[in-house]
Write a protein that binds this ligand. Structure first.
Ligand code: ZN
Length: 119
């Protein structure tokens, strides 16, 4: 399962498909050495989000974290945020087999990144 596929499945499972389609970009460790993932909003509030995932990261949990940013743009990091992520991740592991496989991802080729990331 790719993170892009997992986004669709998680969107359906956890948010009833309410989140906008997103572009998932896999970046190498050198590009993002201190982070597992980051979410950038497109023009208006998360209408076309772009999620960057560090290719060495166990990405399932990170993806749920980043998707919560898309779902709740004003909710800041903290106890509530982490509590939701933990609960959703537990639920996702139960209902989407294979999502927690730890696999090193292949970074997205940069031509494709340029095309998909307008900023
Ligand atoms: Zn975050």
């Amino acid at each position: 399962m790719t993170p892009q596929e997992a986004y669709k499945r998680l969107n359906r499972l956890l948010w009833d498909g309410r989140l906008p389609a997103a572009t998932i970009v896999i970046v190498d460790h050198a590009t993002m050495p201190t982070m597992h993932g980051v979410t950038m909003n497109g023009h208006k509030m998360f209408m076309k989000p772009i999620i960057l995932l560090n290719h060495q990261t166990p990405w399932g949990l990170t993806l749920v974290h980043e998707m919560l940013h898309v779902a709740e743009p004003v909710l800041e990091h903290g106890k509530i945020f982490d509590g939701i992520v933990t609960r959703y991740w537990r639920y996702a592991k139960k209902h989407i087999p294979g999502i927690q496989k730890r696999r090193t991802l292949k970074p997205t080729p940069s031509e494709k990144t340029d095309e998909n990331v307008p900023y």
